[in-house]
Design a protein around this ligand. Structure first.
Ligand code: MSP
Length: 533
């Protein structure tokens, strides 16, 4: 039997001109939750992230700091970009750097192959370039100031006029094929607003585009012209191939990984880099005769004061500032819960505090505390066997079935907020059940001993299911909850639990050792002014 195809998810690779802010962490968290969910579906998964280290922007950052570009990249990757993965608890399978040999080799092989197809030719480029975007602009894309300066609308910074003899990629030749591809594959770009934007851009007609730079030296050398390097985007996009073994020696493990991993199932990107991923990238793959990614999903921006959060504009917040206060699980939960994936959203400490308290400390955390404390108190920490289910108990079991179905369907659409909402509805129902059933009253009367057993079991078994559903979002605290429920003895590791089996009632073995402990989501002091500012 051939190995199954991996469910392959990528983040953009991040520029190392500066340290990460929460906008970058947002994409990585989304990919991490998505891939953990798929692992719990039983899929083989490959999750890739990494760093984009070439180009003018990074080279200038290095020079401005008085170090060689390679040294600069090494330093930022080791002190900032790799550590942030730990801060946000990302479980990526690989980390690709564009300055690595495996990447450079793959880039050279790719462009050599495309040149042989006749889709690369020498020409003159004259026009504006935005170093922030690392993008050749069209005059119509720019903001004209009264004094004549032209600004990039994304970075609010003047563009630079360049004039070079470059190598061009024959993008125009792929216009019709791209349109046909998107016609035939309506989900290949999502959400719908992104798809419409891409299609109307292609319909305007595509111009050929420089694939190399002659005035830049920090990059991958063109194999056939040692005076030029590959244009940084046409180097960076190839990370999705080179990281999984494109360009590796045949017969090696790396080369075999390519066969079981490509094409990507989802490229997660911010909306600002949609065009690169949904127009240039598929055209490059078509030129090389390779299959196209199944989906490019464009998410929105984290905004500050209505504008994209960015280091350049000094509005970037380091993920550790939030994680130090709320913890990594709350960080992961909040951004996916509060902002509809695909739309822009604003971050505020107040809003995060409110949601944290209401949904995590009070909602889920309180349920977990109550259930474990009552089993501890009324049954010496041994999970009782349920005796007889009443209609209320059975209704709750039906609600769980509905919650799992809704959450799983939402995850298919990358609707993280929808999945969390469906799960939260169930948390609220279980909390309502506890309030109604009043186990603390049942505990006072010997005649209610059997009913109390059933109610305690229903609470813990509901939490068993909730731990599984929340685990991709909040792995640390759900792992803790799992062990407090005594679930690992009977059921194994939480990450091994399957989404499809979550609503099967009665999995937590009676007799399990339930332990109470500190709150999973402790109540927090209001963020200090210093944090909030
Ligand atoms: N290096 C390129 C990507 C190459 S992928 C082959 C790049 N890097 S970046 O560091 O500038 O941005 C990486 C990702 O972070 C992009 O998807 C971008 O949209 C995202 N974000 C940067 N600021 C953001 C916000 N304020 N909010 C949400 N995402 C943001 O582009």
């Amino acid at each position: 039997m051939p190995d199954p195809k991996s469910y392959y998810v990528t983040t953009p690779i991040y520029y190392v001109n500066d340290a990460p802010h929460i906008g970058h962490a947002y994409t990585t968290v989304a990919g991490d939750v998505l891939t953990r969910w798929h692992r719990q579906r039983g899929d083989q998964v490959w999750y890739l992230t990494g760093t984009d280290e070439h180009g003018t922007k990074v080279e200038r950052a290095a020079r401005d700091n008085g170090v060689e570009p390679q040294q600069w990249c090494d330093r930022l990757v080791e002190t900032a970009w790799r550590p942030v993965l730990e801060t946000i608890d990302a479980a990526n399978d690989d980390f690709i750097r564009t300055t690595s040999d495996r990447h450079k080799r793959g880039v050279q092989r790719f462009w050599t192959a495309v040149k042989e197809t006749g889709n690369v030719y020498e020409g003159e480029f004259t026009g504006p370039y935005c170093v922030g975007c690392e993008e050749f602009k069209r005059p119509g894309d720019l903001i004209e100031k009264p004094d004549g300066t032209r600004l990039c609308p994304v970075h609010d910074k003047p563009v630079e006029d360049i004039s070079e003899t470059n190598w061009f990629f024959r993008l125009s030749a792929f216009t019709e094929r791209l349109l046909a591809h998107y016609e035939a594959n309506p989900n290949a770009v999502a959400p719908a607003s992104a798809r419409n934007e891409v299609i109307s851009f292609i319909k305007q007609g595509l111009d050929d585009i420089s694939m190399s730079r002659s005035s830049v030296s920090w990059g991958v050398q063109l194999p056939w012209d040692s005076e030029q390097v590959v244009y940084v985007w046409f180097d960076a996009l190839l990370n999705y191939l080179t990281a999984i073994g494109y360009g590796a020696r045949e017969g090696t493990l790396e080369a075999r990984r390519f066969d079981t991993t490509w094409p990507a199932d989802v490229h997660l990107v911010g909306k600002d880099i949609l065009r690169f991923h949904a127009v240039y990238w598929p055209a490059m793959l078509m030129a090389a005769g390779l299959p196209l990614p199944k989906q490019v999903f464009a998410h929105g921006w984290l905004l500050v004061g209505g504008e994209k959060m960015s280091k350049t504009k000094l509005t970037g917040i380091a993920p550790s500032r939030i994680v130090d206060h709320f913890g990594s699980d709350a960080f992961r939960y909040y951004f996916l819960r509060a902002i509809h994936f695909g739309q822009d959203g604003s971050f505020s400490w107040e809003d995060m505090s409110i949601r944290y308290t209401a949904e995590l400390a009070n909602g889920l955390g309180n349920l977990a505390s109550r259930a474990t404390a009552m089993v501890d108190r009324y049954r010496d920490g041994v999970l009782p066997e349920p005796v007889a289910y009443t209609n209320v108990d059975l209704a709750l079991q039906d609600s769980l079935v509905a919650a799992v179905e809704r959450a799983d369907a939402a995850m298919d659409r990358l609707d993280f907020a929808g999945a969390l909402e469906a799960t939260k509805v169930f948390v609220d129902e279980v909390n309502g059940y506890v309030t109604e059933q009043q186990p603390w009253v049942l505990a006072k009367d010997q005649a209610d001993i059997d009913r109390l057993s059933t109610v305690l079991y229903v609470m813990c078994e509901s939490l068993r299911a909730l731990a599984v559903l929340y685990n991709p979002f909040m792995p640390k605290s759900m792992n803790e909850l799992w062990s407090r429920l005594g679930a690992s003895d009977g059921l194994g590791e939480i990450a091994e639990q399957r989404i499809a089996a979550t609503s099967r009632w009665g999995q937590l073995p009676p007799g399990s050792r339930v332990t109470k402990g500190d709150p999973l989501f402790p109540r927090l002091a209001e963020p200090t002014e210093d944090q909030a500012s």
